[in-house]
Design a protein. Structure first.
Ligand code: NDP
Length: 258
């Protein structure tokens, strides 16, 4: 199955930490002879360079890694993304729409407008704009087109919780968008894949509580969250199936959460 990655170009948003970083490493490890082009994107370019160095250190120089600064919440930045890539990296085969954030836990009436906007602009509009950016490349391929769009949603999009109304709404929107797009592209070889993680311990876990690590840790009291690698393995699994196999909709829990 890993052979199916050979020579592909993979774009990952939010590759500077957590699930995105692990996914980059997992793709690099999985590709035979590490023949793979990886475009790592996020806002923190200096951290992307560290991730790129980490990948090269672990798997060698075979994999071509390109760190690119990209704020997916900016439509202009997303519009300029593909034209700004070196030509050798523009023939994208896989887009992992992973960039996402949560701003605090608060009751709906007290959520700041700024926080509402940034969550929707990043988690929803950013993901849609990135998808629109790669689709012309995918559609130019034979038989209606080919390529993988892998959207990272969340259990929060299926099981809303008190204090998370906006974040949950963004992730429900990701799920609806993913399912609609899959139906629109049904006659093509373009696969639209949804991966919805349960609790995963990442930077995200602390940011959610405005940096209060004690509160963040309390969420996991008595239970073991997933690691970012657990989700990365599922993403790479989906991308390495036979072309006729779409891992359409996957919910990944730690066992205590199921
Ligand atoms: P992290 O906070 O570790 O990583 C989030 C990544 O998104 C970072 O690389 C960050 O990079 C990037 N990012 C945030 N905003 C933007 C932006 N505007 N433009 C580009 N990149 C951005 O969190 P996770 O790895 O946990 O989160 C990854 C995805 O998984 C998210 O979509 C999240 O909603 C989802 N998820 C996480 C769960 C969890 O429990 N951790 C559970 C379910 C889903 P930078 O700051 O450099 O831009």
């Amino acid at each position: 199955a890993a052979k199916r990655l050979e020579g592909k170009t993979i774009v990952i948003t939010g590759a500077s930490s957590g699930i995105g970083r692990s996914t980059a490493l997992e793709f690099a490890r999985t590709a035979p002879n590490n023949k793979l082009k990886l475009v790592l994107t996020a806002r923190r370019i200096e951290v992307l360079h560290e991730v790129a160095a980490e990948i090269r250190k672990e798997v060698g120089e075979g994999v071509e890694v390109l760190p690119v600064q990209l704020d997916v919440s900016s439509p202009d930045a997303v519009r300029g993304f593909i034209p700004g890539l070196p030509e050798a990296f523009r023939d994208i085969n896989v887009l992992v729409n992973n960039a996402g954030l949560v701003k605090g836990v608060a009751q709906a009436p007290s959520i700041a407008e700024e926080d509402i906007n940034i969550m929707f602009q990043t988690n929803v509009t950013g993901l849609i704009n990135m998808t629109q950016a790669v689709l012309p490349i995918f559609k130019a391929r034979p038989d209606g087109g080919a390529g993988d769009i892998i959207n990272i949603g969340s259990i929060a999009g299926r099981e809303p919780y008190a204090g998370g109304s906006i974040y949950c709404a963004t992730k429900a929107a990701v799920r609806s968008f993913t399912d609609s797009l899959r139906k629109e592209l049904v006659a093509t070889r373009i696969r639209v894949i949804g991966v919805d993680p349960g609790q995963v311990e990442t930077e995200f876990s602390v940011v959610r509580f405005y940096g209060d690590k004690a509160k963040a840790d309390a969420v996991y009291a008595g239970c073991e969250p997933l690691t970012p690698d657990d989700i990365a393995e599922v993403i790479v699994f989906a991308a390495t199936r036979r072309e006729n196999v779409v891992v359409a909709d996957t919910l990944v829990y730690p066992s205590h959460q199921a």
